[in-house]
Design a protein around this ligand. Structure first.
Ligand code: GRF
Length: 187
């Protein structure tokens, strides 16, 4: 079975959606490990609740990104992981992981790239007043949300919706789209 690693830094609700689909047999993967730069984040608790191993690290305890990515890479190689799934991982992936896992690292972004890359994408789009919101899954490269697009899904608004309503709708799309894309890539 295909082995995947999840990378997360925060709440981990996308991680949870992937766990749920896996446990329900809809997503045909083994979640080998959660990699996190925030040892106390809620994603870590979710991993523990589901007996998923965690590799957590504190970046400032390393001399460079290269140093901690070397450790991550060796753990992932040892576990025979074939896909790295970024789900709210708030760091740029560096050369060590990109070279080792080229075209095997994906990310989900809560906007229709190339519009609104980076942090707070939903708020950015809301403040801009866009009438079509959406979600993008893409391969990861050196840039901030710049890699080749794999899938997008969108919905229209009339302008009466609150930010909270839009956020909720975007997350609901993410929870369906990400597992679907993972299945497609791996099959
Ligand atoms: C998601 O909106 C995802 O698109 C973005 O970060 C958010 C992570 O949320 N990259 P969660 O940690 O999965 O709840």
């Amino acid at each position: 079975m295909n082995k995947i690693a999840i990378f997360a830094s925060g709440n981990g609700s996308n991680f949870q959606a992937i766990i749920d689909e896996t446990e329900q047999g809809k997503l045909n993967v083994e979640i080998e490990i959660l990699v996190t730069d925030k040892p106390d984040c809620f994603a870590t608790k979710r991993a523990k609740n589901h007996n998923i191993p965690v590799f957590s690290f504190v970046p400032k305890n390393y001399a460079s990104k290269e140093e901690y990515e070397k450790e991550i890479a060796s753990v992932l190689i040892e576990k025979n992981v074939s896909l790295l799934v970024l789900a709210g991982y708030m760091r740029l992936i560096g050369d060590v992981l990109l070279n080792q896992f080229r075209n095997r690292i994906i990310n989900i972004h809560p906007a229709l790239l190339p519009a609104f890359p980076g942090k707070n994408a939903i708020q950015q789009a809301f403040q801009y007043g866009v009438k079509v919101f959406g979600v993008t899954v893409h391969f990861v490269d050196e840039g901030v949300d710049t890699g080749t697009i794999i899938a997008q899904e969108c919905f229209k608004v009339e302008g009466k919706e609150t930010l909270a309503e839009i956020e909720q709708k975007i997350h609901a799309i993410e929870y369906e789209l990400y597992p679907k894309v993972i299945n497609t890539i791996l099959s």
